[in-house]
Design a protein around this ligand. Sequence first.
Ligand code: NVA
Length: 233
Amino acid sequence: MGKRESIPDIARNLGRWTDAIVARVFDHNSLVGLAEYSGVPVINALSDVEHPCQILADLYTIIQKKGGLNGVRLAWMGDGNNVLHSILLAAGLSGMRVCAACPKGYEPKQEIVAKARELAGEPSGADTAKSSIQIVTDPEYAMDQADVVYTDVWTSMGWEDEREQRLKDFHPYQVNAKLMSLAKSDAIFMHCLPAHRGEEVTDEVLESAQSVVFDEAENRLHAQKAVMACLIN
Ligand code: NVA
């Protein structure tokens, strides 16, 4: 996109042929361009800034496993990436409490944290707890009292040149049995997949009874159908 044909032209073509566009892109601005010019709903199926479809499926999974979202404590381990950005925004809207442990220099974007905190300041319903958003560097601190432990790859798309450095910087954030034991005993483990086993998560945790990664994967189907049902008349 944007090389063979400009984004505004692609958008106007697709807008004539389709009821909606589901786009998985690298640059978030490509989505903004599609939305501006296509005249049809544009669904973000992954960009370098956000991953909202994944998080809708994850919220549904948390509701299934924990009975709701309000007051649920989610510990994030690792990179302040697109997946964390969407979790933070979702927390602000849903009453979840998120504590993200990220190494120095790998924190989420400040404007996303500010937006999530702004959303969190507003009660999300009459009987809801206020959500909270914390960004820390200490993985053990973030795990304390966690109902949900979530991690993602240490090297997202676009950062491949930093892979060797990242392997070193993220090592203390690996979700292994020892770190997992610091969360609540009934905590669930989540990952958007694909996972790099032995890096951000061990086989032992990924394959444990606490792991709900394939429920999340199934729920992508249901959540994404729901998004389309909401948007397409
Ligand atoms: N954070 C990952 C998500 C992959 C589904 C990436 O952007 O590569």
